[in-house]
Design a protein around this ligand. Sequence first.
Ligand code: C5P
Length: 396
Amino acid sequence: MLAGRRILLIISGSVAAFKALELTRLLRRDGAAVTAILTAAGARFVTREALAAITGSRVHDDLWAAEAEIGHIRLARLPELVVVAPASADILAKMAHGLADDLASTVLLATRAPILVAPAMNPAMWEHPATQANMSALRMRGVRVVGPNEGAMAEPESGPGRLAEPAEIQAMVHALLAEEAPLAGRHAIVTSGPTHEPIDPVRYIANRSSGKQGHAIAAALHALGARVTLVSGPVALPDPPGVTVRHVETAREMLAACEAALPADIAVMAAAVADWRVAREATQKLKKEAGAAPPALSMALNPDILASIAAHPVQRPALVVGFAAETEKVVEHATAKRIRKGCDWIVANDVSGDVMGGDANRVQLITEDGVEDWPRMPKEEVARHLALRIATRFAP
Ligand code: C5P
């Protein structure tokens, strides 16, 4: 089943383009949401009306119109898989060389989603060294290929060039999405960034957390197919594409946003939540009166989001992961914290160096089975490792 999976289908010019309608029907029957882009040549073989009817949504065919309405970058970011079927010799050449002169080629250049191509063309064009060189370049870049098959073609010529059957392409889509998305169907809540605790309407207490690690974890879980809700304190980072982001300021808002996002299978609490807030936030800006003593701030304890979610009476996620930023006795303190907070795993890191705000991290993962020492690596890599480790935990 492909329930809710987002597929972008690009139809280029070939007499086999009518088979794209059957492919769309099969994918939609499996539950996938299919968006279509029709190239100018593709529009000579299928009508945008037929395609709109069968996809159940608007067909995109104009780079500039798309710019005004949905935007080619959004079109490129939305799908979990891009399928080019049929893929003409021309569009394969554009892909191999990075050309971007219409909507389809621009989206193909801008997308980070995996790409599946189903070539269809005259056998002489398929066998031409130029096409074969383009295919090698595309394969080397990770583009996946289905077909072409040998068999009867529109022209009185035989040889490879016939578009793969819709059922074959459908099977390949299933295989690719399963391979790419071990966390499909899972919901993950990730907290990230600092919290801001107000003193008065213009001043607040904060910390040096950049949100880089938490945001990278949200993106990595999404890349493995999870539905992700990122609850972020104030950061200078863009929202990761494809992730639902709830922007909050204070610890209490962060807890409320996490609770509102439940139920979830996974919770990764990477935010640097302020332990205390100012007990009574001033409603007006505190004034600096000449000769008066500086104001004394009385503090109150913030809720512990990790501990609250880990102890949730009815909606505790199956896997709760905390972070422990320590400056000494890292493993010892983190191990104790795992028990105290009631989480399943804890990612311990030594923040005595340049970790906070920096791009690299060296961590230990503490699980129910012991301590894993990971080498120093970029925060994106830590995120990818953690996401893969989580995927293993949820493997059937
Ligand atoms: O106790 P400490 O702040 O070192 O614990 C760190 C872990 O607890 C992190 O996962 C952090 O996101 C989480 N935490 C929380 N709410 C707090 C304090 C910490 O969720 N109020």
